[in-house]
Design a protein around this ligand. Structure first.
Ligand SMILES: [Zn+2]
Length: 319
């Protein structure tokens, strides 16, 4: 039963001879066996991969062929490779917050550059200050092995395993030509390499649970000149959409207390908050008195109750 094997063999032999023919012809011609586009071609019979993933070869039944251009992203190399360092997770360490403009308008997508949601699912944890640690990204639920797609066209700057990234687990960082970088953490597998050009929507890895993680999820960050802001400001992960193709990035968005959903006034106020680190003997009543507020207000700002134990070292918003 099943397909006769000689048929399969014949197909394989035919294909091999076509490949051989194309190779010989390429060498003889030094390139595409070109037929002007206005001349009608016979039916295509196969496509072949080339060393460049953005170019394929289409074979026609009369053994002519042509290159198929899949649209390799084009970048302004000067901006893209500014301060390039593939051995360090965070780039632009020399750029200080005060050096950045108060606002900058970024083009996230246009007719040449697309967008693809890395993975569309429920948000498990948001960009926020968590007890004693800053969480500078968005956690999106997934099952181990789910495809993770790159959000925008770019070049992979960092590919590091858990051993070198600590909490991030297996991590990819992709540089984009508008000054943004996107981070993809806790991956179970890498499907892209350092220095590789990637096109929005390309699968660059598989989701996982590596690093400091309790259950499979994607830790996704977006940074401008090395400074993180809430990814939900630009992406609606539950619907898998870009909020807008243009994005005005205000300097106060880089605060860990500034997040999507606030008005710009609320964000600015949040970024100017005063933080108190709990020391031995501190009580909510004493802190309220010291900073001219109330226990109720302290509880509301910090998502705690008046009975919460104040662990030494915990940071509280006090104004
Ligand atoms: Zn996270």
């Amino acid at each position: 039963m099943g397909k006769p094997t000689h048929f399969v063999n014949l197909k394989r032999i035919e294909l091999l001879s076509v490949c051989f023919f194309v190779c010989c012809f390429s060498l003889a011609q030094g390139g595409d066996f070109h037929i002007p586009d206005h001349v009608e071609r016979p039916a295509p019979i196969d496509t072949l991969a080339t060393l460049d993933k953005f170019t394929k070869i289409v074979l026609f039944e009369d053994f002519t062929w042509k290159y198929l251009d899949l649209g390799k992203p084009v970048f302004d190399h000067k901006t893209l490779y500014e301060g390039w360092d593939s051995s360090s997770i965070h780039a632009f360490k020399e750029v200080l917050l005060e050096d950045l403009p108060d606002e900058v308008t970024l083009i996230l997508a246009d007719s040449l550059q697309g967008f693809c949601c890395p993975i569309s699912n429920k948000v498990r944890s948001r960009y926020a200050f968590r007890r004693i640690r800053e969480h500078r990204g968005t956690d999106i639920a997934l099952s181990t092995g789910d495809s993770i797609r790159v959000a925008f066209d770019g070049v992979v700057r960092v590919k590091e395993t858990t051993r070198n990234t600590g909490g991030y687990g297996n991590l990819l960082v992709v540089r984009h030509s508008n000054g943004l970088e996107t981070y993809y953490g806790h991956l179970s597998r890498f499907l892209a390499d350092t220095g590789e050009v990637v096109k929005a929507g390309e699968v660059i890895g598989l989701g996982g649970n590596t690093g400091r993680s309790t259950g499979p999820h994607l830790h996704f960050e977006v940074r401008y000149k090395g400074k993180a802001f809430d990814p939900e400001r630009i992406i609606d992960f539950e619907n898998g959409t870009l909020r807008d193709s243009l994005f005005v990035l205000w300097k106060h968005y880089f605060s860990i207390y500034s997040h999507y959903g606030q008005t710009d006034d609320e964000s600015l106020a949040a970024s100017q908050r005063i933080i108190h680190t709990i020391r031995s003997g501190d009580t909510l009543g004493a802190l309220a008195m010291k900073y001219g507020t109330t226990v109720r207000q302290l509880c509301s700002w910090n998502g705690i109750s008046s009975g919460t134990t104040l662990r030494i070292g915990r940071r509280l918003i006090v104004r």
